[in-house]
Structure formats: C-alpha cells, structure tokens
Design a protein. Structure first.
Length: 744
C-alpha cells in the first residue's frame, strides 16, 4: 500500500540509498515525484471503492446511485444531501429484502405510517389433504371452540381463508386468490389516558367504566395498536390453570392499562396504599356485558372489550376512595382533547401563571391551587391590589407583576369540577390550558338547582378567553357581553379560542355512546359579537342568540374540527330564537353533523355538511370542494358535490325534451350515489364520523388537493394508499397480486 511519497524510495536497497545521498538525493527526488502520483492513484482507488456504497460515497454520487435504482430525488428537498442519502440507503435495504414478508410489512409503515402485517394467501388457505401428503400446519377444518384460532383469523376476513360450502345448489361460493398477498394495515392510533378517574356506574356501587364519561370503550394495546380481546388479556389462553390471570405484558404502570383503588381491598386507605396500583394477581379477565358476572373475593374483573371494571359485591372500594385508571383508546388522529403533543400557543410576552391540580390530588403543592375558581380569584386579588415587582432579575421578578393576562395551567389528566363564572375587564384575557401530555376534564355538573351550571364568560372590550387541550362535560359554555351594575352593556368580548378541545356533544354519554342531552348546545353566544375560533376540536351545537340591528354579526371560524348536533336534522350552527343565526361563518377541513343556518358564509373549503345549509346572504362568500345537500341554499359554489355531478348530467343530457324523464332519473341517482356514509356518528366510538369504504370517490377524493373531505382531510389517507399500492407492486414476490386490507 503506497500511502507516502517516499514509499518507493524506501523499497530500494540500503547501499543504493546511501549512494543517492552522496549524489545530493537526485534519485530520491525523482521517486518522490513518482510516489506522489502513486499516492493520488491509491487514494482515488479507495475513493472509488467508497463511492460504491451509499453509506460512504460522496454527496455528488448519491443521485447516480438513485438513478441506478430507478429512484428520483427532488432537487432542494428538505434535509439536503443527508436526507437523500438516508432515503436511498433505506431503499437499498428494502430492495435487498425483496419478496420477504418483513420488507412488505415495513413498506406500509414507511410509506403510509400504518402498522401492517403481510400474509401469503396460499399459506392461509385451508385444503382437503391426501393421506400421502399431509400438511399439519394447514388443516382443512377449524374447530368452532378454538377461539384463539378464530381471533387470529379475524383481521383477514373469512372470505380470504377458504371456501364455505353449504351443499345447496346455486349457493354463492367465496374463493380466495391463491396467488394473492394480503397486507392488513391498521389505520387507528393508540392514545393514552393517564391516572384519571373511572366513572362509577349509577345504582351499582361496585361497577365502574374506564371512560370518565361512562360509555363503553374498547381498550387498546399500544404495541399494535390492536384492540385487546378477552382471550388475549389472559396470561395463557391454552392453560386452564392460568386462565384467571392477566398477561403481565399488558397490565402494569407504563403498559396498556392499570387500575388504582385507594387501599383496596381495605376500606381504610392509607397514603402508601393510594400510590400503589391493584396488583396483576388480583385482576381477572371477564365478560361484563349486563354486569351479571359474579366476581370472586379479593379479585377485580376487567372486560377489555367493553372497558368495564367490576369489584366483588360486598368488597368494593371505600366510599371516600376514588378509582383511577390508565389505559389506551383507539382513534384515527389527534383531534379534540387528548394527551398527544400539541404545538405551543402564541401568548403575550408577560403573563401571570397559576397552576391548578385535579380533584384526585390530596393536597396541591405550596403555591398551587385546588380549583380553577381559586386561581382566578387569587389573580383578581393581585390585580386589584396593583402588585409591584419584587427584588430580583428575570422571570422571578416578573412573576409578581399582576399582568392583565392569566394562564391557568391544569396539571393532571383528572377531574376539575365546579361551575365557573368568569368576568373579564377591558383588555384582560384568561388562558385555560392543559399541561403537556395531559387531558384534564372540566366537569360542569349540577351544583345549585336555581343557577345556570354552564361555564359563563363575560368580558369587556378587548378581552379574550382561550381554552386549549381541555375536555368539557356535563354542561356547555356561554359567552356574553359584560354588564354594569344597572344591567347595561359595558363592553364585549373580543375573541374566544377553543383549540384541541372536546365539548362533549349532548353534554354526556350513555353506555352505548348515545348523547344524554342531544338538544342542548355546547356553545351559546348570548348577545356577544365576538370572534369564535374552533381549531382541531370536537364540539356540539353552536347557538347564536344575537340581534340583527344593533351591530355587526358574530364571526365564527372553524378549522380541522367536528361540529356534532347528534343528528342530521338538529341545528349544528344556528339560533334558537331566529330562523338564521346572525353570524358570519368561515370553515375549512371540517365535518358538520346537523343543519347550518347563518347570515353568511365567507368561505367553506373541504367541508362535509351532513345536513341542510341555509345562508341568508348568497351574494357574498364562496363554497369550494364541499359536500352539501341539494336542498341547501348556498353562495357561489366551485366543484362542490353533488351539484357538480348534477351539472355534468344536465350537460350530457342536453335540452332534448324526449330525454327529460331519463335526465330526472339520472339526477335522482346522482343524489343517492354521491352522499357520505359514516361508520359511526356517535362520539365515543373509535370510528367517529369516519367515511366507510363504500363512500364514492367524489367525496373521498373530492378535496382541493385530491384528498378526503371533512375533518380527517389532513390524514391524507387516499394519497398514502395510492403511494403504498404503487410501491407494493415493486416489492412483492414474483407472480403475487398484492391486496391492501384495512383491518380497522
């Protein structure tokens, strides 16, 4: 290896080098020139070898390797050369695994960000076997009592696994494609709920629900994510001796679920017992449908399918104790209140902060508060006393200034009970936000029979109210102008922002996710001409009670949200005392279940209107790439459905009177065909307002960017599915037809 210019001279015999020294080193200088060129050639050979690998090649070689693979790199892509190198390296690794099931399953995770499992259909096909050629791993019959086998087959569907024959002539036979390769993808995501109060079932002191709203909810294993079955919750489904135990991989702190019951089974909890969860040895899987199960003593029954907890009849938790749970639930995306990461809010430069702890906390730390009203009262007292800065530098000194902006931070994913009546002066603002990775629940229950129990906010000119990451149940929110001592208006709220919040439609849920109060609104704008902004939230009915003669209309801006009136015939956005709400609406990438009746729509884009839309001012505003009923009264429309499809039918049919009857039938067929079909319209279910597979492409691909209309637009599922199908063909084994199956 020549790595030095004197390497050639050093190879000569010693007597030659000595004679060259006597001759002033002429030979050494000549060989040094030759050695320098040899070193350059040596380094170039090493560089050429390094350029053969994506991990060590120069940046300028990356596009050439990509061209050899048939991949294209967009110039100026985010991440620069490093990102391109990683992409090509990952593509090479995938190409080396071509035909392997692990590579095909990993492709769904890389392209669509979906966990997936790949199966070859011929390996799942049940066949009638010859005695001379037995396949023990592929039996022709499935024992109905083998529940574990049936559950393993469930994501793939019965029609994919074989033939089901009844023997009667003319019966339809479902045959699987033996050459097919099925890729079962899970689009659902697992979201955690940490140390929150379990709902105590009324008239059943020993029965609880994991959901704080009392509805049945399927528990999810976050490793899949996949629903936890009753059999899968057991520690060993094949052993009768271990059938009563739970899988330790699912139950414990930091895992799929865990339960705390203060001091249980003792009726007198101690602080040490409060901190410890119920041990896994005391948990047993059970079917709690109908609450008819008899729980053995010193055991706790858990139904992961329904999300229910049942204690022994005479051995429930103490009356003063609370049952707390941590679990995971399934949902399609980060929407509404949840423990997912939320982008930070843009706040004023200097604010006054108060921290509030949940009702489950015994005693908040010094300087913190046990209730939201206490924190606001403390800030109000400091404001009235005109507090001044203390000695010190930085944030410590600024923290004592009574600023006009208050940030109330809710520290845990627990309950925050009690009615709130917030009155803001001119220029003041209150920010009610959830701490990172928490989902606090503001429970507005009945406190006094003779008073309103909603969260009421009134404010003067320039005042603001912001709520971020909070779930509100039991009642709704009411916003009104500030009044003086004589009942006259003394100012009005400037803006109300609801961001990543859930205002439970119908105020609450029954066990089967039916709303408790379907006719009651979640938001009431009572005489205020504020600007209401709803972003990435789930809310119920928005009721606007506002006169049309005293000033401009209220301004409602909704983005990436769901407005659910619990029925397509109820008012989602309207007025209880007028035919049309005096409000201007701007809405984008949202789903509305119910009717909409507003003064004007400035802009509606990529929206699914599940009911009739009525607009008083049709001359202003625009509706783009939306679905709305044909009975709707709308402003100018651009590529909306089904109006665009109906216009195309009219153009194709022409003005021929003979074809008028055919044209009318085609127009009626278009209305029936192009309509959204939801898996579920009940809040609390995993598939809440998700479109079914039979929804026409005019809706699933009818948004402005070719994506899905409605609140799930930003998931980009049609685009991700197209990319997955295109890439799947190049990574499947030879002679296999890939099929993408949605497992949830």
């Amino acid at each position: 290896m020549i790595d030095d210019r004197d390497a050639l001279f050093d190879l000569l015999p010693a007597w030659v080098r000595q004679r060259d020294l006597i001759a002033d080193g002429v030979l050494q200088q000549l060989l040094r020139i030759v050695g320098g060129q040899a070193v350059s050639i040596e380094r170039d050979l090493h560089r050429m070898y390094d350029d053969s690998f994506i991990e060590t090649c120069a940046d300028w070689v990356v596009p050439y390797i990509a061209d050899l693979l048939g991949a294209s790199l967009a110039e100026g892509s985010a991440g620069g050369a490093g990102a391109q190198r990683r992409a090509i390296g990952h593509l090479l690794a995938t190409r080396r695994q071509r035909g392997a099931m692990v590579a095909v399953a990993g492709l769904a995770q890389d392209v669509g960000d979906w966990p997936a499992e790949a199966r070859e259909a011929y390996r799942l096909l049940a066949i009638c076997q010859h005695l001379d050629h037995v396949h023990p791993d592929r039996p022709a019959c499935v024992r109905i009592g083998a529940q574990s086998t049936l559950e393993a087959m469930e994501p793939w569907g019965g029609s994919l696994l074989g033939e089901v024959r009844t023997g009667a002539a003319g019966d339809r036979v479902l045959r699987a494609d033996v050459r097919g390769l099925g890729l079962a993808v899970r689009r659902m995501r697992a979201f955690p709920i940490t140390a929150t109060t379990a709902y105590a079932i009324e008239n059943r002191e020993h029965c609880y629900s994991f959901s704080v709203l009392g509805n049945d909810t399927a528990l999810v294993d976050p490793r899949g994510p996949a629903p936890i079955t009753r059999l899968g919750f057991e520690s060993d489904a094949g052993s009768a001796a271990a059938a009563a135990g739970v899988d330790p991989a699912l139950y414990d702190e930091g895992k799929a679920l865990v339960i705390w019951a203060d001091g249980w089974p003792s009726r007198r909890p101690t602080p040490q017992a409060r901190a410890a969860p119920i041990p896994a040895s005391a948990i047993i899987p059970a079917d709690l449908n109908g609450w008819a199960y008899r729980v053995p003593k010193r055991k706790v029954a858990v139904d992961p399918v329904l999300g229910r907890i049942m204690f022994p009849l005479k051995q429930g938790p103490a009356r003063t104790a609370s049952v707390r749970v941590s679990y995971h639930y399934a949902f399609a995306m980060a929407l509404g209140g949840g423990e997912y990461p939320r982008p930070p809010l843009a706040m004023p430069a200097h604010v006054s902060r108060r921290r509030v702890h949940a009702r489950e906390m015994d005693m908040p730390p010094e300087g913190d508060f046990a209730g939201i009203a206490d924190a606001i009262a403390d800030w109000r007292a400091a404001r009235d006393a005109q507090a001044v800065p203390v000695e010190g530098d930085g944030d410590a000194a600024l923290g004592m200034i009574a600023f006009p902006a208050l940030v109330v931070e809710l520290m845990e994913s627990g309950l925050y009970a009690g009615a709130l009546d917030i009155e803001l002066k001119a220029g003041e603002s209150i920010w009610l936000i959830a701490a990172p990775r928490t989902r606090p629940v503001l429970w507005l229950s009945d406190v006094e029979a003779g008073q309103q129990d909603a969260l009421q906010v009134s404010g003067g000119n320039g005042s603001r109210f912001v709520m971020d990451g909070v779930m509100v149940a039991g009642r709704g929110l009411r916003f009104a102008p500030r009044e003086d001592g004589d009942g006259e208006t003394a100012g009005d709220l400037c803006e109300v922002v609801l961001r990543h919040c859930t205002l439970v439609p119908g105020w609450g849920l029954t066990h089967d996710c039916e709303p408790l109060r379907p006719n009651d609104p979640s938001i009431v704008i009572d005489g205020s001409r504020l600007r209401l902004r709803v972003e990435h939230s789930i809310v119920g009915t928005i009721d606007v009670s506002l006169g049309v003669t005293a000033g401009p209309p209220a301004d409602i801006c909704i983005a990436d949200s769901i407005v659910d009136a619990t029925s397509e015939t109820r008012a989602a956005i309207g007025s209880a005392d007028a035919s049309v709400a005096y409000a201007r609406l701007t809405i984008a990438r949202s789903t509305v279940i119910g009717t909409v009746a507003v003064h004007a729509i400035d802009l509606a884009e990529d929206v699914l209107f599940g009911g009739v839309v009525t607009v008083a001012r049709r001359q202003q505003g625009c509706v783009r790439y939306c679905y709305a009923s044909v009975d709707s009264r709308l402003p100018r429309q651009h590529r909306c459905q089904p109006s665009s499809a109906r216009a195309k039918v009219r153009d194709d049919a022409g003005a021929d009177p003979a074809r008028e009857a055919v044209r009318d039938r085609m127009l009626a067929d278009v209305v029936v065909r192009i309509s959204p079909h939801f898996v579920s319209t009940r809040y609390g279910t995993p598939d809440y307002v998700r479109l079914t597979g039979c929804t026409p492409p005019e809706i699933t691909r009818g948004a402005s960017d070719g994506g899905e209309m409605g609140a799930y637009h930003d998931l980009g599922e049609p685009q991700r599915m197209d990319q997955l199908q295109a890439r799947l063909v190049n990574h499947c084994p030879a002679d296999f037809d890939p099929v993408v199956l949605v497992a949830d």
